[in-house]
Structures are given as structure tokens and as C-alpha cells.
Design a protein around this ligand. Structure first.
Ligand code: ADP
Length: 720
């Protein structure tokens, strides 16, 4: 394998520096931490670990592990380490990293690059060096060559440490920690080095991971875990662990619980009691449930914040009496030194989470929200903000400014531009005031409601405003419909009811001639008909809206329906001239006879009603030509029906609204004529139910044209 010359040079420089470093007169832990740091300059790894077997360490010590300052909160796979040790060869591969399901909550399962190098020298295995990284490219041939070069140096360092170890016992009686613990000089040194690295970490999981790994290094424990204490529920919540068997990528249980009562186990006791506890042999303490089955020695140290345990560090070993008093003192001191960084990390985590939650709420609310500074500049806005103003597609200048940009862009649509300008300047004049404004926009018609509240910083000083803009068009429309419904229905009910009551009262109380009686009864009959029509229309609308109207469709010649209708409308047509033009031949239409009759009836009835002085009404029926239909019209063959009158006509601004429920053009004529404003909305719904379209053109004072289309019955349906 050949390396690029400059990178090769850099690698050689790293090896030279590492050699110098490893031979320095310092504790092994410190030298290794510096080595890991140095390697970071040459290899982009996420975390590193050295596992070694110190021959003459404390009695019974099986292995010692050292970790890099950079700490990935994923537990290491000890089975893999053993595999590398046994294989005797350096190995690069990719591994799946995961924590126990739910543990260290936000950790997703991830793929990582891994390199493991066994440290063989003189026919003996001294240890295993392992690195993990995000990408396999980060642990390429360069990393492999570097590690290979370092292995003999590491073997020497480990051998020397093994010889020196018996010196690691309690010595001196000076107090090093606030609680008066006494530490060996090497431990004192280690604690100082550790404190510095803890202070650099703000992220909770990275901090706990680093803390755990340092505790494992210092104690020689085979496994360890850190849990947070949930005082409200009296529970411990596992955050991070190391060494309890290999982690299961699928979150299968490797024997660790995620959350458990602080009533069971040594960790719970330590948390409740607020002090570190050590059990040399759990098999002799049946009352204490160990973290995992094969654990013999267990040490639990609470990390106290403001007088109560915020977290508990647990160290475990399968060797009974693995931890001596000096280990307990060190871990106690470590837990104490970790309190401040932990408190910081917990606050940071809390702030992070609450800002994350707020951010999610901000982004997903359908109300347009914008934080605006005191000058009117939009600092931050959610997606609904541009949607609600209809700006989703407009290229906004940044920074966006409410009075300069927003009002300018909206100007063509603003019903009252001054109101919005005044609203903005009022907000600047009285920054502590809460304001509200309804803004009407045209094209398309929209009504927006702006709520503007002052925002403040942590010192309560005003920083600007929060605008919450909601589209209230539908609410306003519903309000309008409701009040129109009430006024129309009450008027339409009251008028016929008054005359029915009046005439029946007359008939009951006085004698009239036969002619008079007949005339009165006829009026009562006509008025009752109006009432019945109103009820029909109301029911019709609600049935159509509920989608309950089904069509009973047959191929039918329209001519037949027209003839039936004109006979029916004969009396109403007395004042008008009626012109009927039906093309011949005309293909039959596939329709529901009664519904189409109702459509035609409504249109002809309107033509009669709204041409009070008579005039000509034309009904034209023929097959539609392409030029008759708009581009949006569904394709196919259609019959076109036109109803033309020479009546009042409809103003351009009213024309689009005549199809709305309860909409009636408001003028003296229509008020005199009477109606519910339901006819056309029913008519349109019925035409569209057939697949057709309806539209109108009109000139005020000249007359109106209503057109609609119905589907031609094709050969198949005609025969069927
Ligand atoms: P109604 O006739 O009961 O008021 P419609 O829904 O049939 O309700 O019509 C809605 C409105 O459209 C009417 O109030 C009227 O103002 C207007 N309109 C409908 N047809 C005509 C027409 N042929 N000429 C003039 N105005 C019409």
C-alpha cells in the first residue's frame, strides 16, 4: 500500500511524536490520553480505546481499559475486542452501533467504521487498540499503518506500567478533595487531568460517556453505567453503559433495565442515601440486586447537585473484592468533581430540549408566526407565515421588513393599506401594547386577523413583537351565512305565515261571498306553497351538502323535459314571451329526469322573477361546440342549455357570488321580489352531480344568460 508523500510524511511525524510521548515520565493513563489526542490530528476517529492486561497489577485485575477524551456514547463491543485479541491480526471493518432500546434516549442505530489492532510483542499479547469513526474513509490505510507503527511502543509502555503498579496504593495523609478524601499521588494527578477534560463537554451524553470511561480506567472495573435519578417517580433512568456484554443492534435485551425503582439495587441505595457505597461480594448480599447476573463486586457513587443525587455512577466487576478503599475514594472524588459539569450539561440539555419542542410547535402551527424586532424586521417566521399572506411563491427580499416589504407586496390586494401601516407604527409607538387587527385582502378575497404581542428578553426588556396571523375567511363566511340564513328564513317564513294567518282568521270570523272565499283560500294556498318550497329548498341544500343525493340516470331526450316544464310554467309566463329553440337532431342526455327538471325550473323561474316588466325569455338547447366550453370544462360530448332573459341583470361584482348559499343581490328590486338565495346553489350542485358545469354572463339593466351542460348518453348506455 503506498501513501501520498505528504500524508506519509505527516504520518511519520505523528509516529515520532507518539514515540516521544509514550516514553515520557507520566502515568500511563495520561500518556495514553495524550496519544489519543495526537492521533486525532492524523485520523478522524470518533472514539478510541486501549484494552490491556497488566501482568502485575492489583491482585485479580484481569484487564485495564483507557479511553480517548472524544467519547461516543455508544458502548464498546467487548466480544469484538476479544475476537481481535484472539485473531492476532489488525482488522478494519464496519460495525453497527446501538444502545439498548430506549437507553440514552436520542441515540439512533448507526453504522460505523472500526479498526482493531492487537498489541503483540515478544510472543505475548499486551493489549488491543481500537478506533471507531463515522466513515470507513476516516479509518483507511493511513490509520492502519500508523497503528502498526505504534504497536511496539505501546507494548513497552504497558509492560513498564505493569511493573510499576504495586506503587499504586494509598500513600500520604493529605486531603485533596472538599470532603477530605485522601488520594494517592497518581490518582490525584489523574483526577486533575480528568477535571479539565470534563469541563470542555457540554453535551449530556458525551459528558456521561467520558465520565464513565474515566471511572472505568481509574477503577479497573469491567463494566459500568450511569443513570439519572428521577426523584418524582423514585426511579433510576439508565443513560449510558459500558462492558455489560455486546450491545444488541435490534435493542434485544442484554440484561440491562432501562428504568427501575430506586428501592432495588445498590445504585438506588446510593441515590437515596446520597453517598457512595461499595459491596465487595454481592453473592453474600442477597438483598441487593446486581446490575447484571455475573457481577460480584459493585460500587455506586451518587453525583450530588444542590444536596441531592442527580445521577449515579455504578462500577461492576465479576471479581469479588475487585475494588479497594482507594478506588472508592477516587470514584467518590471523581463524582464530586463531576457535579458542576453535570449540572451545566443538564441545564444545557433542558434548554436544548425546550427550544427543540418550541421550535417544533413554531414550525407546525397553522397560524402564521413571525418574530419581529423593534424596527419591524422579521427575525424568524414559520412556514405558515408566508402561506397565510399568500407569499409562498413571492421572491422575498431578505431581511424581510413588515412595513417596507410586506405592505408593499400586499398593496394591490389590501382593502385598506392605511390601516395596516397605522397598525405597524402604532406598535412601534407603544411597544408594550398588545394589538389586534383584521385585514381584508382582495383577489382572492381573504380576511386575516393579526395579533401582535410584545416580546421580551430574560431581563424583561422589550425586544420586538410576535405577530400571529390567522386566516379567518371561513369563520367570517360562516358568520355571514348564519346571519343571512336567519334573516332570510325569518322573512320568508313570516311573510307567507302572516297572510295565511290573516286570511284564515277572516274566514273564521266573518261571512264572505263564495267568490271572496275562493280568492282568500287561493291566497292561503299560494302562500302555503311558498312555505313548502322554502322547506324543500332547505332540505335540498342539506341533503346535497351531506352527499346524500343519488342520481337515477337514464338516456332521456331533453325536448320532453322542456315541454313538460313550459306547460307547468304557463301561468307565470303570462307576462313574458317565451322563445324555445331546440336543435334537431339532438342526442339524448344521460340524466336524472327530476333533477334536470328542477335545474331548468329554477333557471326559468329566476328569468321570469327577475324580468318584472315582461320581456323575452329564450331557451336554447343544442350540442356544445368546443368554442362554447372553457378550457377547464371536462372533455367529452355535452348538450348545452342556455336560458336568456331581458330582465334586471346582475352587476359584475355580484356575479361570482350568486352561486353561494343564501346569497341574494341586495337592491330594492330583489328585496321586493323575494327569494331565499338557495335556488342557484342547489342548481349548480345538481348540474355538477351530473358531471356538467353551469355559468352565467350578465349586464346590469340589460339581462342575463345562464348556461349549463349535460352529458350526452353514449351509444352503449343508449342501447343498454
Ligand atoms: P333567489 O332567487 O331565491 O334569491 P337564487 O339562488 O335563485 O335565489 O339566486 C340568487 C340571486 O341571484 C338572486 O337573489 C338574484 O339576485 C340573482 N339572480 C338569479 N337569477 C337572476 C336573473 N335571471 N336575473 C337577475 N338576477 C338573478
Amino acid at each position: 500500500m503506498t501513501l501520498q508523500p505528504d500524508r506519509a510524511n505527516q504520518a511519520l511525524a505523528t509516529v515520532a511524536e507518539a514515540t516521544r510521548l509514550l516514553h515520557a515520565e507520566r502515568p500511563l493513563a495520561e500518556r495514553l490520553h495524550q496519544l489519543f489526542e495526537l492521533l486525532h490530528g492524523a485520523v478522524r476517529y470518533r472514539d478510541a480505546r486501549l484494552t490491556c492486561w497488566l501482568q502485575s497489577a492489583q491482585p485479580g485485575t484481569a484487564r485495564q481499559q483507557y479511553y480517548s477524551d472524544a467519547a461516543w456514547p455508544y458502548p464498546w463491543d467487548d466480544a469484538l475486542t476479544r475476537q481481535i485479541a484472539v485473531s492476532g491480526a489488525i482488522s478494519r471493518r464496519s460495525v453497527v452501533l446501538s444502545a439498548e432500546a430506549g437507553v440514552a434516549t436520542q441515540l439512533p442505530i448507526t453504522q460505523a467504521a472500526y479498526i482493531g489492532a492487537p498489541i503483540f510483542w515478544g510472543g505475548r499479547l499486551w493489549g488491543v487498540l481500537e478506533l471507531r469513526a463515522d466513515y470507513s474513509g476516516d479509518l483507511g490505510p493511513l490509520a492502519e499503518e500508523l497503528l502498526t507503527a505504534l504497536l511496539p511502543q505501546l507494548a513497552v509502555a504497558i509492560a513498564e506500567e505493569g511493573n510499576r503498579l504495586p506503587a499504586l496504593t494509598i500513600s500520604g495523609q493529605t486531603s485533596d478533595t472538599p470532603t477530605g478524601l485522601t488520594l494517592a499521588p497518581a490518582q490525584r494527578h489523574q483526577l486533575a487531568a480528568l477535571t479539565a477534560s470534563l469541563d470542555d463537554v457540554l453535551d449530556l451524553h458525551a459528558l456521561l460517556s467520558l465520565l464513565l470511561r474515566r471511572a472505568l480506567e481509574a477503577s479497573g472495573a469491567e463494566a459500568g453505567a450511569i443513570s439519572l435519578v428521577d426523584h418524582e417517580r423514585g426511579e433510576l433512568v439508565l443513560q449510558i453503559y459500558e462492558g455489560y456484554g455486546s450491545p444488541q443492534p435490534t435493542g434485544l435485551n442484554n440484561g440491562l433495565r432501562q428504568r427501575w425503582s430506586w428501592e432495588t439495587g445498590l445504585a438506588g441505595r446510593a441515590a437515596r442515601g446520597g453517598r457512595a457505597l461499595l459491596v465487595r461480594d454481592l453473592s453474600r448480599e442477597p438483598g441487593i440486586k446486581p446490575m447484571q447476573g455475573d457481577v460480584r463486586a459493585e460500587l455506586a457513587a451518587p453525583i450530588m447537585i444542590d444536596g441531592r443525587a442527580a445521577a449515579v455512577l455504578v462500577l461492576d466487576s465479576p471479581r469479588s473484592a475487585a475494588f479497594g478503599e482507594e478506588v472508592l475514594s477516587f470514584i467518590r472524588a471523581l463524582a464530586e468533581r463531576a457535579a458542576k459539569p453535570l449540572s451545566r450539561a443538564l441545564h444545557y440539555q433542558e434548554a436544548l430540549e425546550s427550544s427543540l419542542h418550541l421550535g417544533q410547535v413554531f414550525a407546525s402551527l397553522p397560524t402564521g408566526l413571525a418574530l419581529i424586532d423593534t424596527n419591524g424586521k422579521v427575525l424568524r417566521a414559520n412556514p405558515a407565515w408566508s402561506t397565510v399572506w399568500g407569499l409562498a411563491h413571492s421572491p422575498l427580499r431578505t431581511p424581510f421588513h413588515v412595513s417596507l416589504d410586506l405592505i408593499e407586496i400586499l398593496l394591490p390586494r389590501l382593502g385598506d393599506p392605511l390601516a395596516l401601516t397605522e397598525f405597524v407604527s402604532e406598535g412601534q409607538r407603544a411597544p408594550e401594547r398588545t394589538q389586534q387587527l383584521n385585514v381584508r385582502l382582495n383577489n382572492p378575497a381573504q380576511e386575516l386577523q393579526i395579533l401582535s404581542v410584545p416580546t421580551r428578553d430574560s431581563q424583561r426588556a422589550i425586544t420586538g413583537r410576535l405577530w400571529a396571523v390567522s386566516d379567518v375567511t371561513r369563520e367570517r363566511e360562516v358568520d355571514r351565512l348564519k346571519s343571512e340564513f336567519v334573516s332570510i328564513v325569518s322573512h320568508e317564513l313570516r311573510t307567507p305565515l302572516t297572510s295565511i294567518l290573516g286570511y284564515t282568521e277572516l274566514l273564521l270570523n266573518r261571512d264572505f261571498s263564495t267568490d271572496e272565499r275562493r280568492q282568500f283560500i287561493n291566497t292561503v294556498y299560494v302562500e302555503a306553497g311558498r312555505l313548502s318550497q322554502l322547506v324543500e329548498d332547505l332540505l335540498g341544500v342539506s341533503r346535497l351538502e351531506a352527499g346524500k343525493v343519488k342520481l337515477n340516470r337514464w338516456p332521456i331526450p331533453l325536448r320532453q323535459i322542456v315541454e313538460e316544464l313550459t306547460t307547468q310554467l304557463n301561468t307565470q309566463l303570462a307576462q313574458h314571451r317565451m322563445l324555445i329553440a331546440i336543435a334537431d337532431p339532438l342526442p339524448p342526455v344521460l340524466v336524472d329526469r327530476d333533477k334536470v327538471k328542477q335545474v331548468l325550473f329554477n333557471l326559468l323561474n329566476n328569468a321570469i322573477k327577475y324580468s318584472p316588466d315582461g320581456g323575452q325569455i329564450t331557451l336554447e338547447v343544442r350540442e356544445a361546440r368546443p368554442a362554447d366550453l372553457s378550457v377547464e370544462h371536462p372533455p367529452g360530448r355535452w348538450v348545452l342549455v342556455g336560458v336568456r332573459d331581458q330582465g334586471l341583470g346582475i352587476a359584475a361584482e355580484d356575479l361570482p357570488r350568486i352561486w353561494d348559499r343564501f346569497y341574494r343581490v341586495d337592491n330594492t328590486n330583489t328585496r321586493r321580489i323575494g327569494g331565499t338565495g338557495l335556488g342557484l346553489s342547489i342548481t349548480r350542485a345538481l348540474v355538477e352531480l351530473h358531471g356538467g358545469r353551469i355559468w352565467a354572463t350578465s349586464t346590469l339593466g340589460v339581462g342575463s344568460n345562464f348556461f349549463f351542460t349535460l352529458p350526452v348518453a353514449n351509444e352503449l348506455t343508449r342501447r343498454g
